[in-house]
Design a protein around this ligand. Structure first.
Ligand SMILES: C[S@@+](CC[C@H](N)C(=O)[O-])C[C@H]1O[C@@H](n2cnc3c(N)ncnc32)[C@H](O)[C@@H]1O
Length: 211
């Protein structure tokens, strides 16, 4: 097994482990903050062919636009069990597939918008994942991300870097990612970054360039 696939297996195992408690674990922040940020995120979707990356247990289902054709992927089979169950119960039309964002099985230029919430904090190679997103996006297609990133405050950033190894082992997410910079590295053009809370939670809007 390569170092790359080992890293993906480790990250996947962490999400498989927390899948049963994920909704409960996030319930307080979900009600107080995340739900309104998700609503904002999905209100910015363009077009009809939509990809959700890292669907998790399907917390975004209630915000899916009507009349859109939505495909949602996750590499954790346990997360997908909960997503399938939720989609069935809520009658959500979504094509759920197990897939790693670092190796998407879709053709180039497939989707009008790609959406992800709290995903690129845990993708082992986030720039590679974002490059894959760029590839499957149609020219002028949109990428919408809801993410927590490393604080620009030096003291807080020091603390976040210090505790990150523990956080990532317990919940699978890195709290010290520079996701705006990673989006730029992937080749996507960042159009807008909205600070949602504490300079840490961001809504990132980017677009695929037309060559
Ligand atoms: C913190 S959870 C967020 C779930 C959901 N997007 C939400 O907002 O509740 C991160 C999700 O991303 C998935 N994920 C992480 N790395 C991934 C990768 N390389 N490919 C596909 N899914 C991935 C995890 O399995 C997990 O379900």
């Amino acid at each position: 097994m390569t170092t790359e696939s080992q890293a993906a297996e480790t990250a996947k195992r962490r999400y498989n482990r927390i899948a049963t408690v994920y909704d409960f674990m996030e319930s307080v922040v979900e009600r107080s903050r995340y739900s309104k940020w998700r609503e904002m995120l999905w209100s910015k979707v363009e077009g009809t062919h939509i990809l959700e990356v890292g669907v998790g247990t399907g917390k975004n289902f209630v915000y899916y636009p009507a009349h859109a054709e939505i495909t949602a992927i996750d590499f954790s089979e346990k997360m997908l069990v909960y997503a399938r169950d939720k989609a069935g119960k809520k009658g959500v039309q979504v094509h759920l597939q197990q897939m790693d964002v670092q190796n998407l099985e879709f053709e180039d230029n497939t989707f009008d918008t790609v959406v992800a919430s709290f995903v690129f904090c845990s993708v082992p190679d986030p720039v590679r994942g974002l490059m894959e997103v760029e590839r499957v996006c149609k020219p002028k297609g949109k990428m919408l991300l809801l993410e927590h990133v490393l604080s620009a405050n030096r003291t807080l950033a020091w603390l976040m870097n210090l505790v990150n190894p523990i956080v990532v082992r317990v919940v699978g997410a890195n709290i010290n990612r520079r996701t705006v910079e990673n989006v730029i590295k992937s080749g996507l053009r960042v159009e807008q970054v909205t600070d949602l809370a504490a300079g840490i939670f961001k809504l990132i809007e980017a677009r695929k360039r037309v060559n």
